[in-house]
Write a protein that binds this ligand. Structure first.
Ligand SMILES: [Zn+2]
Length: 752
């Protein structure tokens, strides 16, 4: 039997089903689609880096891999995807034999990386868009963080700066004596060509103008660090007077447009990254989220439901930011949004700019929080060689053996429209479909992409002859050392000729975590175009049908219902999925929900699972190790310390007795080492999580009876948050508890 964890360690792959259906009808009967979660930059065991070019199929350009059929006598290999017979290149053919295989053909090389023979990429360009429509103390926090990170940026990297308020000011960094700005009027509607003309970026009669006139806005850090620092020292909030009963004017949409246009014009296709520091919502010009007048409040869910007049900007804003996103990914720019504001800034409207460019979305109350400061600084962390860890220009291509096909992909990626008719499903696509090649933009060690498979075979005789499928994913990207890399992962999975006779084997290949994450990512994708309630019903229906098919029971006898271990947690995951921001927006703002979905959409299986079902660990004086417990308020016992990991925040809670012990300083006495451990261990655990996770989570420590306790209670005791969740589903009506949910589910599943 296939070991799911080993496969993930080796190939960074998780599949909802590890035994694939041999015919199209069975694919439907599997209920949960066949999907692959792939994390191309995950640190995998013993990854070999080869400094020579890969051997590729002459016809389809896939890369030679260990499981491919090799003919040692004729020195050739058969491509499993297009059936082309390829001769080995001469240097290869000379040495290769059954006992003398190159590294890429060893069994251990199912995942391997090539350093391609390409010119080193340029140093990345960093563009800072500073919102000045904020309070002075907030601006000071932001300035300080930017100044700290300047020292972490390689001096060769070019820097650009825009300040954004009533006007969009583009700083001329090539000008040293005193800061000079190029000013765009915030409420004017500029098209990209207007910006190009204004900046004098293109002169048809003299192409040199393009370079010379753009250069002053983007300058290598080594030549402008002093100027940037003194500019920031003297930077104050937007000086324009605020109108009566008006917000501070904010033209963030225009500022983004100027940054993207400038990079398109002078750094097209070179790695670049725009940081949007938003402390306000755009309220003038293109991309306006809310009116300047304080009489209008920023849109909330209720406003959308009631079609209130403050939702009138929504459609235009989404169109504007989508076009910005489209232009940015086409010219290989990454855009990160740091929304640091007590109010919403328009993440719902702006989400496409991070989703399509592989950027980061961070949302927190203020520029003074560690969520902002530490996350931003961590972006500039370096590896052992002293190179920035960030990677650019990701591109993934997938190959599958016939009769499998590709139905689409989910995650922060964009179709490159490589419509290979043999491999692309005719069915309605899932996510970004009708292609086998996608643009990933920026990516990091947890960026995960989900590919959905289709089975095109309808002939049972063919199904009976299928044994294994082969899947290859090729990912190219610019690595930290600015070299171009090709990561190759090739893996095989077994087929089941027909579900009726192989149900046990198929069930054993079910990966319930991967499956619930697949369901979740599909729900996020669906919720972009479908009504929330319809998506909820689709999730309910998928769960019921899956249970009906794979549980063991006698018809109409709920007590006989049994789940094998491969399915045992699945209903519980779905229970929490239904309560998460993927399917509920009770008590949440559109921005909060947008951030949750955007981050979950790009995360790996483990992180996504924590977002869906937070982890709760219990520490007691009796046991030296923590114990995972259910998310129930009854676990808040007086002699326990609880650690709740809800992904975006972590809470360590101390029970009533524990607080007393701690205050009496029992932990200082040698005979109470167990108390010391139960106080220290959760914090060590938290530090480990914080050191790894992006965005950096918020950390809260809460004593029994304190105000902070509410945070953990709201997760453990949903009755505090209202009971609307289960009134809206398709199958489940009344109650909120997991037990009632399970009872309903079982009743539905066993019903004849
Ligand atoms: Zn081929």
């Amino acid at each position: 039997m296939l070991d799911i964890n080993k496969e993930e360690e080796k190939d960074a792959v998780r599949m909802s089903w590890n035994v694939l259906p041999g015919n199209a009808v069975d694919l439907q009967r599997y209920i949960i689609p066949c999907g692959i979660h792939y994390t191309p930059l995950k640190k995998v065991e013993n990854l070999q880096l080869l400094e020579y070019e890969p051997v590729r199929c002459k016809q389809c350009k896939c890369t030679l891999a260990p499981s491919f059929q090799i003919d040692f006598r004729s020195k050739s290999w058969m491509c499993p995807f297009c059936s082309n017979k390829n001769m080995f290149p001469p240097a290869y053919a000379q040495h290769i034999s059954e006992d003398n295989l190159p590294v890429e053909l060893l069994h251990s090389s199912t995942t391997i990386e090539y350093k391609l023979n390409k010119k080193e990429s340029k140093y990345p360009v960093f563009f800072f868009i500073i919102d000045t429509a904020i309070e002075e103390n907030e601006l000071n926090e932001l300035k300080e963080t930017i100044q700290t990170t300047l020292s972490m940026i390689p001096p060769e990297c070019e820097i650009g700066i825009i300040t954004s308020g009533t006007m969009c000011n583009l700083l001329e960094l090539g000008f040293t004596d005193f800061p000079k700005m190029f000013v765009f009027k915030g409420d004017k509607l500029y098209q990209p060509k207007d910006i190009i003309t204004q900046l004098n970026l293109i002169n048809k009669n003299d192409p040199r103008v393009q370079v010379s006139s753009g250069k002053k806005f983007l300058v290598p850090l080594k030549d402008c660090e002093f100027a940037v620092n003194s500019f920031l020292d003297d930077l104050f909030p937007d000086p324009f007077p605020q109108g009566f009963e008006e917000r501070k004017a904010s033209c963030l949409g225009l500022s983004l447009n100027v940054a993207v246009t400038l990079l398109e014009a002078i750094h097209n296709n070179e790695p670049s990254r725009i940081f949007l520091f938003a402390g306000s919502a755009c309220n003038i010009g293109h991309g306006k989220i809310v009116d300047l007048s304080l009489k209008e409040t920023i849109r909330n869910y209720l406003d959308f439901e009631k079609k209130n007049s403050n939702t009138k900007h929504f459609k235009d804003a989404v169109t504007f930011y989508s076009s910005i996103a489209e232009r940015a990914f086409k010219s290989n720019q990454i855009i990160d949004i740091f929304s640091c504001c007590l109010n919403q800034t328009g993440l719902l409207e702006m989400k496409y700019i991070t989703e399509k460019t592989g950027g980061l979305m961070v949302s927190t109350d203020s520029f003074s929080t560690s969520v902002f400061k530490d996350t931003f600084k961590r972006l500039f962390e370096t590896n052992e060689e002293g190179n920035l860890k960030m990677c650019f220009k990701g591109m993934s291509e997938i190959f599958v053996t016939k009769p499998l096909k590709v139905k689409g992909a989910l995650g922060h990626l964009v179709s490159m429209n490589k419509n290979n008719l043999d491999a692309v499903s005719n069915d309605y696509p899932v996510g970004e479909g009708k292609t086998i090649l996608w643009n990933l933009g920026g990516l990091d060690s947890t960026s995960t992409y989900t590919f959905i498979l289709d089975q095109s075979n309808t002939d049972q005789n063919v199904a009976n002859s299928l044994r294994y499928c082969t899947i290859q994913i090729l990912t190219t990207y610019i690595a930290s050392d600015r070299s171009t890399r090709l990561r190759v992962t090739t893996f095989r999975r077994k087929y089941s000729p027909d579900l009726a006779n192989n149900k046990y084997e198929v069930a054993q290949g079910f990966d319930q975590e991967a499956a619930v994450v697949l369901l979740t990512k599909m729900a996020i994708w669906k919720s972009d175009t479908e009504d929330r309630i319809d998506v909820l019903r689709w999730v309910d229906k998928s769960l019921i049908n899956l249970m009906e098919r794979f549980a063991e029971y006698n018809k109409d006898v709920p007590a006989s219902f049994k789940l094998t271990k491969e399915f045992s947690y699945f209903p519980q995951f779905v229970f929490y999925l239904r309560r998460s921001f993927v399917l509920q927006n009770f008590n949440a703002s559109p921005d909060e929900v947008a951030q949750f979905k955007t981050i979950l959409f790009r995360e790996n299986v483990t992180n996504s699972t924590i977002m869906i079902q937070p982890a709760l660990l219990s520490y007691s004086p009796e046991e030296s190790d923590c114990v995972p417990v259910l998310l129930e308020a009854e676990n808040m016992k007086s002699d326990r310390v609880l650690l709740l990991d809800a992904y975006f925040f972590i809470c360590v809670w101390y029970g009533e007795d524990v607080v007393k012990w701690r205050e009496a300083e029992l932990q200082e006495q040698p005979e109470y080492e167990n108390i010391k451990n139960m106080l220290d261990n959760p914090n060590d655990y938290v530090q480990n999580i914080i050191a790894e996770r992006m965005p950096v989570p918020r950390f809260v420590s809460a004593d029994y009876g304190s105000g902070q306790e509410r945070l953990i209670k709201s997760v453990l005791d949903p009755s505090l948050e209202g009971t609307q969740n289960f009134k809206e589903g398709y199958f489940f009506s009344d109650d909120v508890s997991l037990k009632t949910f399970m009872d309903f589910l079982i009743k539905k599943a066993v019903a004849s």
